[in-house]
Design a protein around this ligand. Structure first.
Ligand SMILES: Cc1cc2nc3c(=O)[nH]c(=O)nc-3n(C[C@H](O)[C@H](O)[C@H](O)COP(=O)(O)OP(=O)(O)OC[C@H]3O[C@@H](n4cnc5c(N)ncnc54)[C@H](O)[C@@H]3O)c2cc1C
Length: 287
């Protein structure tokens, strides 16, 4: 899974989720901050997951529709043919940490339960108990900080915190750059481990404040010209489009030096949001 560049830096290749289901059990649950729940999931099926070296490695949780009476593992092919309305919901979560020796992994789930904004995965995480079974597929992933980059820029919101935290931990001690993270609630600000040369800033208030903070970043034009900036930018869809426009069109950062996609979309359940990636509204890159 590792590709070596001319600078001998290990760069993970893009990894697509495997279709095999792994049924794991909840082994532990901790409240990381006001609205972030950490779940440790483990079991012998761990081996079925396509563990990879991307710092943004992600799994798909398969959650039964309430009232369906179905439980993991799911016969997805049969459901697709005979009762598509009963197909489990798929929700994407970053693997915050892998533990091969003990066949377990951790995911951090944002609990967003404002009226009209609660979701099946957020509700599941809030009520999950030790011993609960959960089906997962994966893992996919596509980014790890480039060792040869002289400036890293990490941009995200609450849902991106696990991926940004993993990226910061994977950086070389001498790495330099910025991490800008938006949270709705200041009680969700965390103390993240990061190289001394990376400035981590938390932004609150309206989501647009994240864009304003990115616009104010001091990025040497020479780093952009010589392609030594590496950007990771993932947030709510509408905001991510505006961030892309700023980074590529206004700053002139090469698209190949930016890992960018939407992690969720306001007013959309994830199944709809994922389906919309095939439509104009769902595309982050203009045609
Ligand atoms: C590659 C990838 C990695 C991701 N990693 C993580 C992760 O590690 N942790 C994490 O918490 N999320 C992560 N997400 C985002 C997560 O998949 C979505 O937030 C997902 O929609 C949550 O599912 P749900 O069932 O709770 O809500 P849904 O049923 O999908 O949505 C219900 C309602 O909640 C709103 N909503 C969805 N997510 C949020 C949110 N974060 N804040 C406020 N409102 C929201 C929607 O707009 C919708 O109106 C990731 C997404 C991707 C694509």
């Amino acid at each position: 899974m590792l590709r070596m560049t001319s600078e001998s830096a290990a760069v993970p290749t893009r990894s697509k989720p495997k279709r095999q289901q792994a049924v794991l059990t909840v082994q532990d649950k901790t409240q990381v901050s006001e609205n972030l729940v950490r779940l440790c999931l483990g079991g012998a099926d761990y081996a079925k997951l396509n563990r990879n070296e991307c710092t943004d490695a992600y799994v798909k949780l398969l959650l039964p529709q309430p009232g369906s009476g179905l439980a993991a593992p799911f016969d997805l092919e049969r459901l697709r043919e005979e009762a598509p309305e009963l197909l489990p919901a798929r929700r994407t979560y970053t693997v915050r940490r892998w533990d091969d020796a003990n066949e377990r992994l951790w995911i951090d789930v944002v609990v967003h339960n404002a009226p009209g904004q609660n979701g099946i995965a957020s509700d599941w995480a809030e009520t999950a108990c030790e011993g609960d079974r959960i089906a997962l597929m994966g893992a996919g992933g596509g980014y790890a900080p480039r060792r040869e980059a002289d400036l890293h820029i990490l941009i995200g919101d609450h849902a991106t915190v696990p991926a940004i935290a993993a990226a910061l931990e994977a950086m070389q001690p001498g790495a330099r750059g910025y991490a800008l993270i938006h949270v709705d609630d200041e009680a969700d600000v965390l103390s993240l481990t990061h190289p001394e040369g990376v400035v981590v800033s938390w932004v609150s208030g309206p989501h647009e404040n994240l864009l304003t903070a990115v616009e104010a970043l001091d990025v040497p034009p020479a780093s952009i010209e010589n392609r030594s900036v590496h950007v990771f930018c993932h947030a709510e869809r509408g905001l991510t489009k505006r961030l892309r426009s700023h980074l590529v069109r206004e700053r002139g950062i090469a698209r190949e030096d930016i890992s960018i996609s939407a992690y969720w979309a306001l007013g959309r359940v994830e199944d709809r949001f994922q389906a919309e990636k095939r439509e104009a509204i769902g595309r982050i890159d203009p045609d």
